[in-house]
Design a protein around this ligand. Structure first.
Ligand code: 13P
Length: 249
């Protein structure tokens, strides 16, 4: 069954004290029954976040992981390590990882494979660049990005996959996709999933929109029939803004 989901990608923000303060603020809000909330703090704050959020409806995800389970990979963290402290969700394929850390389709496929083997939920990000959109290639690019990664997996592998469409030109820029641009792309994504797999999977996969979602634009974006929630960057660092987004459904 499709979920309404609002996830906060904190990126490289919030030290120990800031994490504590933000999570305690989030805990004080009443959370609508039909919305799932996830926060993705940095690796160093995951353990503390799990402790603070124990017994609440707010889930915790990692922002990244390595495909290998252990070994000589200095600075990396595996699915096994995340599972070991109780983290069961992970963001894979964020455009910042793709562009700044050169994560190729092959790397992403291996990460997804490893997360599936570890029974982790995956928030898989993808999105076109501004030039792609300007030259009208956005649908083609999205089709290519999914075909060369997730579409290599079988239908049963999709059980714990959440999609996050994040047009790169809208991330951290203050310029969001218009509600109709978001809806149009989400509906296209369902169409290509239906073509590759079937209608049932296309209908049931949750597709989040990400890119400058704020309290003042979220309501219109969430009205899109194929928009199941949001992956929020900047606005997830402020409890009031984040909860205003959660309550916008
Ligand atoms: P902003 O909401 O800051 O644009 O970030 C979106 C994002 O990258 C979430 O993963």
């Amino acid at each position: 069954m499709k979920n309404k989901i609002v996830a906060g990608n904190w990126k490289m923000n919030n030290n120990k004290e800031q994490t504590k303060s933000l999570l305690n603020k989030l805990k004080s809000y009443k959370i609508p029954d039909d919305v799932r909330i996830i926060v993705a703090p940095s690796f160093t704050q995951l353990d503390q976040s799990l402790q603070i959020l124990k017994g609440t409806k707010i889930g915790v995800a990692a922002q990244n992981m390595n495909a290998a389970s252990s070994g000589a990979f200095t600075g990396e963290v595996s699915a096994e390590m995340l599972k070991g402290i109780g983290v069961n969700s992970v963001i894979i394929g964020h455009s910042e990882r793709r562009s700044l850390y050169h994560e190729s389709d092959e790397i992403l496929i291996n990460k997804v494979k490893s997360a599936i083997e570890s029974n982790m939920e995956i928030i898989f990000c993808f999105g076109e660049e501004l030039d792609d959109r300007k030259s009208g290639l956005h649908f083609e690019i999205i089709n290519k990005q999914l075909s060369s990664t997730l579409f290599n997996f079988s239908e049963s592998d999709w059980k714990k996959i959440i999609l996050a469409y994040e047009p790169v030109w809208a991330i951290g820029t203050g310029e969001t996709a218009s509600p109709s641009q978001a809806q149009e792309m989400h509906s296209y994504i369902r169409k290509i999933i239906s073509n590759r797999y079937n209608d049932n999977l296309a209908k049931n996969v949750s597709i989040l929109y990400g890119g400058s979602v704020k309290p003042n634009n979220v309501e219109e974006i969430f009205k899109g029939l194929d928009v199941d929630g949001g992956l929020i960057g900047g606005a997830s660092l402020n409890a009031e803004d984040f909860m205003a987004i959660v309550n916008a459904f």
